[in-house]
Design a protein around this ligand. Sequence first.
Ligand SMILES: [Zn+2]
Length: 307
Amino acid sequence: MPCPLCGSESWKPVLTVPVTLATVEWQFRYVRCRDCGLVRLNPRPKQDFLLELYEQLEVVNEHGDGELFGRAYLTDQVSRREFVERHAGRGRLLDIGSGDGQFLHELKMSGWDAEAVEPVTSQAEFQRNSLGLEVHTGTVDEIDFGGRRFDIITLWSVLEHVPDPRATLARVSELLAPGGRAVVGVPNLRSVEAKIFGARWNGLGAPFHLFMFEPASMRKMAESAGLRVCNTIYASTASTMLQSLKSIIKSNDSPAADSAPALKMEIDWSPRAKSAKNVIFDRLVVPAYRLIDALHLGTGTIFILEK
Ligand SMILES: [Zn+2]
């Protein structure tokens, strides 16, 4: 398959990721386009196969929550909201791929005018029925917004999942009001965690993560969609820190458990391990990650795009 950004057929291998899915071991390979530098999964699994896997992962999601993960995750939602307010201001917001709706819920609690789109039916229904949020079921291409425009559009851990990210960004551009901003959070392939964990790094998430974006490839992609990268921020979130800690502590886990995104929540900490973890987390991990982010080596990259 040619590069979806520049059309080139020329690439070089980056990394091969072994993943066990339903007792079958798969090898997923990331390659880098020799012409534009975009990193993509190649060959890519069929979209039907992926959708089936997403549905299976939801089940794990529901049973895997823990008090500890919950704490870190909610902290992330507040920091996400504050981040958006700092870098994109306030206004009418659309969250693309709202997942379990916790970010949208945080926005609503803070008085935002916000709505979302979510393609996984069960997730969208949960958000509407249990959280009372305004969520459209489907992809952003499928939903008719009746000519409405948004001041801010957020895509948290979404663009690496979509089959045609350039088309998604073009749709984002179409839906943004003039001068509006998009906040695009993706895994950082150049992060220190990616280097340490290699094929076991959570951010790879094969086969769900189809693309890895870096500043140069994102700039090209944004421009081809009518957007401009106006800021790039490196950010490690509490939940990625926690996952990394878990990867270290439970290092005898199979690589598949760490590379499948929704499997990461099955944490079983004893009370003693919990309190030791809290001390390590607050005194050591948080300051270390602040430094790592400042060096552009954080787990996530957040691109601010302007129309
Ligand atoms: Zn290319």
